[in-house]
Every structure is written in structure tokens, then in C-alpha cells.
Design a protein around this ligand. Structure first.
Ligand code: NAD
Length: 306
């Protein structure tokens, strides 16, 4: 019988585990749980006869793959998969997938929450600004960017987007205004929300030079990755441009220094974008469904080690 191991040192919520179990058992497979393990040896023992594994931020390296002689597929319940050694998985003929899009609404809701908080001066009792009618620029129109656009329209915002790999026509047909370049997005919009992935091209790409293109009272929201920000440059920029506001879901290395921009800077204490019960459940169920579809039908749609 096909054996599916859920190996999570930080377990899914019970309701997610129950859902995963139902999907796996309805497919005629067996579910094995390894939760809150404290030593790698426990993982190495558990993977021995597993045909499929669902993980969260658990590490799947060459040693684990060596021990997992029957393994066909690993699914990371979540978007990022840098905790899996993709080259080793490919060498072991193991398919690796993630579950993209399952936490997008969670991140997008946080973006709007952060925007309200920032524009009401961190709820410090002083008069703030409204979002209705403001120009919101979405940098990268992927899963999160699209959800931000959907919610922002409900706030009455004027929504613009730029994505290097999504055509203007595809952006426009969703009722969002496409702009021709990244720089044009910053020139046009009062608020820019970052949704670019970390790539060699995007690392440290958000800097003072770019922010200087924004109108007075500009505002930047980062729920993407810490590495895309040139932190030193932004800190200098905010010292000069006392009208500029910045909020981030990924605490910068210079957080203590940034804290001097009282009332117009904040970082969430811990990355919170995907931290919702719903996102946790969605990603777990998607992982279980993807495993069933892969084993029964060979569907490799979400494979990341092509
Ligand atoms: P996604 O893959 O669905 O979308 C990414 C988009 O970026 C794609 O449309 C792609 O075409 C575009 N893109 C790539 N390079 C670009 C570039 N140089 N310029 C413009 N566009 C570019 O990803 P997503 O699910 O929307 O996630 C976006 C980012 O948010 C990721 O970096 C991810 O790490 C981050 N994220 C953060 C949290 C959190 O907890 N804060 C949670 C989930 C995702």
C-alpha cells in the first residue's frame, strides 16, 4: 500500500491533519504521522518505507533522500522550497512540489492591514490618511499581487501593476492598470507593494534611487523578501524624506536604526504573511491532493525540480 508520511517538526493544525488523512485514506493510501520530532534520526527512520512525504519547513537533504529508498515525491506545503535539496532529489529520481497560491489571500489581507495601520500613523491618535482614491502600485502580479489588487479595489483604490513576465493585456483584463516598467510604477503610484521573488536580478533592487521617483507622501510595503531591499539605502532615504512611510513583514537587519522613524516605519515582530489557520489548512490539503494526483495520474503540474 502507498505510504504517505507527514513529517512536521512544527505540526499542522489538527483540522488540517484530519483533512489530509481523509484525502489520503479515500485514495486508498496509508497515512503516517511524524510530528514534533527532535532528532534527525527520527526522520531518517520514518522515511525508510515512505512513498510520499508532506513537509513544512522541514529539511530534506541528501542524507534523508538516501534513507528514503521507496520515495517518489516530496511536497512542501507552502510556497518556498529552499529547505529541500532539489539537485539531490533529482539525482534520486524524486519529484519535488510546492503548493503555490495557498497562502496568497493571507498575505494580501496582511498587506491591506499594514497599509491601514501605516496610514493611520500606527494608531498613535493623530490624524492619518485614507486609502480610497490613492494610487496603489503592485510590483509583480503573481498569486499575492492579484489578491492584493482584488482587495484594494474594494477599498476604492486606483490599482496599477507591473510584472516582467505577465502581459499588460492580462493585467488589464482584471481591471488593473498596467504600467510599462518598474520605474514607471514608482513614478505613478502613491503606495507601492512589493511581490517580487528573490532572484539575482531583484536582490537589493529596491533602493533610494527608485523610491525618490515616488510622489510626496509615498509609502512602501514589503511582504516579499528581506533580500530585495537595499536596507542601508532606504534608511538614508527615510532620514532625508520625512514624508515617506515604510512597513515590512520581514524585519530588516537595521530594524533598531529604522525605529527612529517613529510613526512612519514598522516591521511585524515575526514574518506573519502566511500565518493564518486557513493558509495552514489550505497548503496541507493541497499537498495531499497533489500527492494523490501524482501517484494515480502522474500529474506533475506543481513540480519544481523539472
Ligand atoms: P508568484 O510566483 O505567484 O508570483 C511572483 C511574480 O513575480 C510572477 O508573476 C513573476 O512573473 C513576477 N516576477 C518575477 N521576477 C520579476 C521581476 N524581476 N520584476 C517583476 N515581476 C517579476 O509568487 P507569490 O506567491 O505571489 O509570492 C510573491 C513573493 O511573496 C515571493 O517572493 C514570496 O517569497 C513572498 N511571500 C511572502 C510571504 C510572507 O509570509 N510574507 C508569504 C508568501 C509569499
Amino acid at each position: 500500500m502507498t505510504k504517505v508520511l507527514v513529517a512536521t517538526d512544527k505540526p499542522f493544525a489538527k483540522v488540517a491533519v484530519d483533512g489530509i488523512k481523509r484525502i489520503i485514506e479515500e485514495a486508498g493510501f496509508e497515512l503516517v504521522l511524524l510530528e514534533k520530532y527532535t532528532e534527525k534520526k527520527q526522520l531518517l527512520d520514518a522515511v525508510k518505507d515512505a512513498n510520499a512525504i508532506i513537509i513544512r519547513s522541514d529539511i530534506i537533504d541528501a542524507e534523508v533522500l538516501d534513507a528514503a529508498k521507496e520515495l517518489k515525491i516530496v511536497v512542501r506545503a507552502g510556497a518556498g522550497y529552499d529547505n529541500v535539496d532539489l539537485a539531490a532529489a533529482t539525482a534520486h529520481n524524486v519529484c519535488v512540489m510546492n503548493t503555490p497560491g495557498q497562502n496568497s489571500n493571507a498575505v494580501a489581507e496582511l498587506v491591506l492591514g499594514m497599509l491601514v495601520y501605516l496610514n493611520r500613523n500606527l494608531f498613535n491618535g493623530t490624524s492619518g490618511a485614507e486609502l480610497m482614491g490613492k494610487k496603489l502600485g503592485i510590483l509583480a502580479y503573481g498569486n499575492v499581487g492579484r489578491n492584493v489588487a482584488r482587495i484594494a479595489k474594494g477599498f476604492g483604490m486606483d490599482v496599477y501593476a507591473y510584472d516582467q513576465f505577465v502581459s499588460a493585456a492580462n493585467i488589464e483584463k482584471e481591471g488593473v492598470k498596467p504600467v510599462a516598467s518598474r520605474d514607471a510604477l514608482f513614478e505613478t503610484c502613491d503606495i507601492v507593494s512589493l511581490h517580487i521573488p528573490k532572484t539575482p536580478e531583484t536582490v537589493k533592487s529596491i533602493n533610494a534611487e527608485l523610491l525618490a521617483k515616488m510622489p510626496k507622501g509615498g509609502c512602501l510595503i514589503n511582504t516579499a523578501r528581506q533580500e530585495v531591499i537595499d536596507e542601508e539605502s532606504i534608511c538614508k532615504f527615510m532620514a532625508e524624506r520625512t514624508d515617506f512611510k515604510y512597513a515590512t513583514d520581514i524585519k530588516p537587519a537595521n530594524d533598531a536604526e529604522m525605529a527612529k522613524f517613529e510613526g512612519r516605519y514598522f516591521a511585524t515582530p515575526k514574518k506573519m504573511g502566511a500565518q493564518t489557520a486557513e493558509a495552514n489548512i489550505n497548503a496541507g490539503l493541497a499537498a495531499a491532493n497533489q500527492i494523490v494526483d501524482f501517484i494515480k495520474n502522474g500529474n506533475e503540474k506543481f513540480r519544481v525540480n523539472k
